[in-house]
Ligand binder design. Structure first.
Ligand SMILES: *Cc1c(COP(=O)(O)O)cnc(C)c1O
Length: 373
């Protein structure tokens, strides 16, 4: 059976005329960077997320970096975040000369544990970056309470969670700023790299707009240090079409997740937990299994696509060694890194494919489950 981890081709085929026409319009316009279509997409995104300002940029990684630059993060500053995330969250902190200070995760949601944040705060702490991992919101209320108490800004890493909700409110606009990725495999994916910063703070929005074009408002006048991180018009045109389908696609993902849940009832596979405070949009459908690496090898032998997000926690990565030895221990993160396994999850997944994937996984897990008894 032909199964993809993410099926971008079949999704495209369903909306091909609209996408092709949107791209053609950009080609005909001769405007390839920023311009009207970017503004249109920014307005549609701000409206969708319920935030005042949305600023397109070149990637989710840049969105994180630019947001921190707008907040004035300096070398030596400490940023509190999770070690169980994609590399970009920490990479951008280190690129700015700041120091990532890790806080362990809640085992059930895989997101930063709010009750562990306060003890990580020092005089050098300048921001908190929770990540809404796999499309499930982090527990924002307690995070915001701690942040307010200590006067700290919060940047929500919303790379995997555009459209996910916390207590009925879309994530990204709950903290001081939100950083979104439109990498092709994300829930809202471009045909290349793209990203966005969102905020309700008008001054910060203004700064971000300057930073992404070399720190300038008026051409060749550079008021602050910036970068080149503009959003391509073609990407904005594609995203503007796809945004209209996003809620429908999330429903399809949630239905697929429920199907997996039913298939995995009582077989020794820990299915994803959905926190009552949020709406999970299943960027990933991630289970926990014992002896994960062997399970993974067996799935690979049967050509069943799957992935491990993430096998090495960030506090153990060689690249960040120079940034300083991480303080504390992260047992929940270490355990998650050993047990997680993400299964194919996308908008085109069929019941038949899911049964096939589930039966392969169940056979493997339950035969060892039985042998262990
Ligand atoms: C994908 C991702 C990013 C980076 O986004 P890019 O658009 O690939 O640069 C950052 N953080 C998390 C959690 C991600 O999953």
């Amino acid at each position: 059976m032909n199964i993809q981890m993410v099926d971008l081709v079949n999704q495209y085929k369903k909306i091909k005329p609209e996408i092709d026409e949107a791209i053609q319009r950009v080609l005909d316009s001769g405007q390839f960077v920023l311009g009207r279509i970017v503004t249109e997409f920014e307005e549609a995104s701000a409206n969708y997320l319920g935030v005042k300002h949305a600023i397109g940029c070149a990637s989710g990684t840049d969105a994180l970096q630019v947001a921190m630059m707008a907040l004035g993060i300096q070398p030596g500053d400490e940023i509190i975040t999770t070690p169980f995330t994609f590399v970009a969250t920490t990479e951008t902190i280190v690129l700015l000369g700041a120091k990532p200070v890790y806080v362990d995760i809640e085992p059930k949601t895989f997101n930063i544990a709010p009750e562990l944040i306060e003890r990580a705060i020092t005089r050098k702490t300048k921001a908190i970056i929770p990540v809404h991992l796999y499309g499930q919101p982090a527990d924002m209320d307690p995070i915001m309470t701690i942040a307010r108490k200590h006067g700290l800004p919060v940047i929500e890493d919303t790379a995997q969670a555009m459209g996910s909700e916390y207590k009925g409110k879309k994530v990204g606009g709950i903290g001081t700023m939100g950083a979104i990725s439109f990498f092709p495999s994300k829930n809202l994916g471009a045909c290349g790299d793209a990203g966005m910063v969102v905020t309700n703070d008008t001054d910060l929005a203004e700064k971000v707009r300057m930073i992404i074009i070399h720190g300038s408002r008026v051409r060749y006048e550079h008021e602050i240090l910036g970068v080149n991180s503009r959003l391509d018009s073609i990407q904005a045109a594609v995203l503007n079409v796809k945004l209209k389908y996003l809620d429908r696609w999330h429903e399809a993902r949630r239905i697929a997740a429920q199907r997996y849940n039913r298939l995995f009832e009582n077989v020794g596979i820990e299915t994803p937990y959905e926190a009552p405070f949020g709406k999970h949009i299943y960027h990933q459908y991630t289970v926990r299994v014992k002896d994960r690496d062997r399970v993974s090898r067996n799935l690979a032998e049967r050509r069943i696509p799957h992935a491990i997000y993430y096998p090495i926690p960030l506090h153990r990565q060689e690249a960040f060694r120079a940034a300083g030895r991480p303080m504390g221990s992260f047992p929940a993160t270490e355990k998650a890194a050993e047990e997680v396994l993400s299964l194919p999850m996308h908008t085109e997944l069929t019941e038949e494919q899911q049964s096939f994937i589930a039966s392969a996984l169940i056979q493997d897990v339950s035969s060892r489950h039985a042998a262990a008894l």
